[in-house]
Design a protein around this ligand. Structure first.
Ligand code: 5GP
Ligand code: ZN
Length: 109
């Protein structure tokens, strides 16, 4: 946990749609789709570039958590987006996955 990281804080105390097993799903504060969630891992890794910092089983569980969250929301067709680095639209430097479903207003970031 990094004390000055917004998403470490959100993982610890946010309003979670779902939380299990080291992962939390929250509603994006500025939704760009009818359904716009963020999946935030408890582990603080700055960017997807560093996804190798996750133990193999945890990386797999993270993907399963993303898929299961979408399923539980009743989404069948949707987008999963990860913005990587400022040039890729990343604004919060704690790895997170956007789940976007329904009517969309472009990509987040
Ligand atoms: P990024 O641009 O880094 O891929 O995504 C960061 C996302 O976090 C943005 O879509 C932004 O709307 C969202 N966000 C920023 N601050 C907060 C917050 O305090 N709470 C929640 N739930 N979402 C946030
Ligand atoms: Zn963090």
């Amino acid at each position: 946990m990094s004390s000055d990281c917004l998403f470490c804080g959100l993982y610890a105390e946010g309003e979670h749609v779902r939380k299990a097993d080291g992962f939390a799903a929250v509603k994006d504060i500025n939704p760009r789709a009818e359904t716009h969630l963020l999946v935030i891992p408890e582990r603080h890794v700055e960017t997807f570039r560093d996804v190798g910092e996750f133990p193999d089983d945890e990386a797999k569980r993270m993907l399963l958590f993303v898929a299961e969250t979408a399923r539980q929301l009743g989404l069948e067709d949707y987008r999963v987006v990860v913005n990587v680095g400022p040039g890729g639209g990343q604004t919060i430097f704690h790895l997170h996955w956007h789940i976007l479903g329904g009517q969309m207003q472009g990509l987040p970031g």
